[in-house]
Structure formats: structure tokens, C-alpha cells
Write a protein that binds this ligand. Sequence first.
Ligand SMILES: [Zn+2]
Ligand SMILES: [Zn+2]
Length: 338
Amino acid sequence: MSAAVDALRRAIYYLDRELAPGQKGRAFSRAIDVVADLDPSELEQRVAAGTLTGLDGIGKSTASVISAAVTGEPNTYLDELDERSRVPLGVGAALRAQLRGDCHLHSTWSDGSASIREMALAARALGHEYVVVTDHSARLTMAHGLSEARLAAQLDAIAELNDELAPFRVLSGLEVDILVDGALDLSAAMLGRLDVVVASVHSKFTMPAAEMTRRMVLAAANPHVDILGHCTNRKVSGTAKGAGRPPSAFDADMVFAACAQFATAVEINCRPERQDPPDDLLALALEWDCHLAINTDAHALGQLEWQAYGCDKATRHGAAPARVLNTYDADTLVAWGT
Ligand SMILES: [Zn+2]
Ligand SMILES: [Zn+2]
């Protein structure tokens, strides 16, 4: 039975890696629940008789993955999915090899699909030394943003996890909303307790450029902010929600000058539907001598592999590894900018 669950979990990992529509992953999650509830002998009987799809919640794809896992036959569906969803390592391969961690990812505490522990273990399997957990702040209610009390509870959970996973490090953080007036959606006292703070715009994307510039400059200048997340907020493709969203308008020279001046790194957001910043703005950020952070903004385990995309992009732009925060060890990262 555990072989079947394991295979179904791998399918979800690959589906997340290729940013498949959510319902596909949900079908596999449902299948895991069904298999977990099933008597092992009934599972084997149904595999032998080819009647898995007679179970509520098991369709053709999930049945084929379960059958192959139970019988040990080649798992064509899973193998093809693995092949198709692989993230190619391009010109950024050397830079990717120098990255030690990921500074922007979500867990089930906000709108991620995996626990902090699962995200940490998946990151460790990719060779990382640390992750920064950056769930959403309270204002983003539809993403179950964290209140101060929940964030405090998360800090306790992270401390426990660090005892378990050492020497791997789980660093505390938050993807804090930049409010319309440039203030942050968390108290300074609480921000001060976090190892790494990512600040992002998640509302009023189309406000006038002068106001958006002021909003972003104030966030970049905030001493608690370490990384400016997905600066243009564009969505280049794909997902149903916000598909094809145009970039926000702002004075990029002023924003990047503030980032350079106040030690706030500009994020290369690796999500395939974001690819933020666009090439012209990344070139500008490098002209301003900004630091960079190459982050996956993963909301699922398989998405942690997307860093390769950002490494290719940074390398194409000639970014020096020393400017990329993710090449620092955990202590250097936490101390950076302070
Ligand atoms: Zn975000
Ligand atoms: Zn995020």
C-alpha cells in the first residue's frame, strides 16, 4: 500500500513541477486518501481484477499509477510525467550549483500545499542548506495570511523543526504585504523577530505610477525588508486567476536606487507564470548594483525545482554570484543588510 501512496505522491510532485491545473493534483490527493483507507488485501484484489476505478475517487490515471506501483510493472504514466515536467538546467547550471537555499516559499500555514517540514525535506533533497519560510501576512485573507498570533505560533514550530533537522536550517520569514501607503502589514516588533523579510505588492496593481513608486520605495527603504518580491506583479501566462496580468507601472530607477541604497535585494521570481522582473528591468537592477535573490515562491514541493529558471536568467544577464543572496550561508544571509 505504501508503494501506491508513494507513487501517487510522486505524481503530485511532478504535476506541481509542471504547474498543472489544480484539479489534477487534487485528484491524486483524493486517491491517496482512498488508498490509505483501503484494506491492503482489497487493494491487491482490485489491482489484480482491474477494478480500481470502481472505487469512488479513483479514475483512469490514478488507477494506472496505483496498479503499476502495486505490481511493480513499469509506470508509464509516472515516467512520462517525470520526463515532461523536468526543469532543464541551462546556462545557469554553475550558478544553481552555488545556491544554498531558497528565500521565498509557502506552506500550509498560508496557501501552500505542503507542511513546512515537507518543504524543508524537499529542499534538502535538492541540495539546499536552508529555506526561508515566507507565508503570507494577515491582509491576504484569501491566502490564509498569518495574524501576529499565528506567526508567533509558527516561530515556535520552526524552532522545534530546527532541533529535528539540524544542521539543515529553517529560517523564519514572511511575505509581508506592502500596503497602499507603503507601510507593511506587520508590526515592527514582529518584523524584528524574523530572519528574512520579503515584501510584495498584492493589491491595487494598477495604481498611478507615482503612487506605486512611492509605495515600493518606502518598502525598499524599510530597515526590516530584505527582499523586494516579484516587483512588477505581472502574470505572463497560464493560470486562471490573473492570467495575463500586465506589469504595474512605477519608476524603476527610483525603486532600484532605493533597493541598492537600503540593502534590499531584488527578487528574481522563478514562477513560470511570473518571470519577474522582465529582462529590461533586471538589466536596470544590475546597473544600479542591486543585490538579487533567486526564489521559487514555491507553493508546492515540486515547485522548489524552479530555481534553475532564475539561475539561467541571472547568468544571461551576467549577474555575479556574490550579488545573489542565495549563495550565502544561512548566517551570512541573516546578517546581511543589518
Ligand atoms: Zn507574492
Ligand atoms: Zn509568495
